[in-house]
Design a protein around this ligand. Sequence first.
Ligand SMILES: [Mg+2]
Length: 315
Amino acid sequence: MDALIFDCDGTLADTMPAHYLSWQETLAPIGLVFPEDRFWALGGWSAEAIIRQLAVEQGVTLDPARVAREKDRTYARHLSSVRPIPEVVAVAAAARGRTPMAVGTGSTRRFCEEILRRIGVAGWFDAVVTAEDVPAGKPDPAIFLEAARRLGIPPSRCTVYEDSDPGLEAARRAGMARVDVRTLRSAGAAPIPVVAAVLERDGRTLVCRRPARKRHGGLWEFPGGKVEDGESRLDALRRELAEELGLEVQVAGPLLFTATDPGASFIVEFHRVEAAGDPVPAEHPMVAWCTREELAALELAPADTRFVQHLLRAR
Ligand SMILES: [Mg+2]
């Protein structure tokens, strides 16, 4: 993937307790009820959209814009309690300066920028798109599509980090890959599966050089990538090798080795693969067919280094 787009509230910053408190303080005096399950279900919606929805459901007549301003005033008083979400900020820190990054939030610019400053990530992002920049909020894909447009990266090459169902739906409609940070957090940074293809012909193994501006840029790796939600390992290998190299995977498996990537939440699975066609690199600047000795001499990415050490030991 070529760009990362982060939601702000509940993804980069733990603002949800502050939001929940300010909603209760704002809505209780005007007789609107906002139970916690509804609060989570409407994550990513703009304040005005939430108020309008609750008012319709509960038969209350009010001015949504005025109530939204009151909620904002209350929220501003709770901002000092906001903390970064370390698992997600670590992803941004690792990609910073290598990968184009944006924030796509249903919040307002004023609050978003204040929060980014408070959690120490102001200036990390090439674009910040807020609810004020687009005609419709999440689950409409407009916020994420606008972020991709400002980054100059096609939506299909963006990965969205999100904590809410409407936000994940917006990313899906935008045609983007998605990371549900709730799973990242609840499992204490549960590893994200990555498949790597071990393709051998005539005693030589195919490896690819990573683009300079990516994580581990310039290092060599086995081709592959993240397994997406609901995808089998075979599907992921087929998709990645078709996208990256124009190869048609015919057989995948067995699993040869797994390695974690230190400092990231990835677990890389190395699968033996048979594929038709000659590799035509679409994403890598270089590919090479290497003997074991040549592999041992290459500068490889960390997980790939461990796999090659395993291969050499296994001989
Ligand atoms: Mg959120």
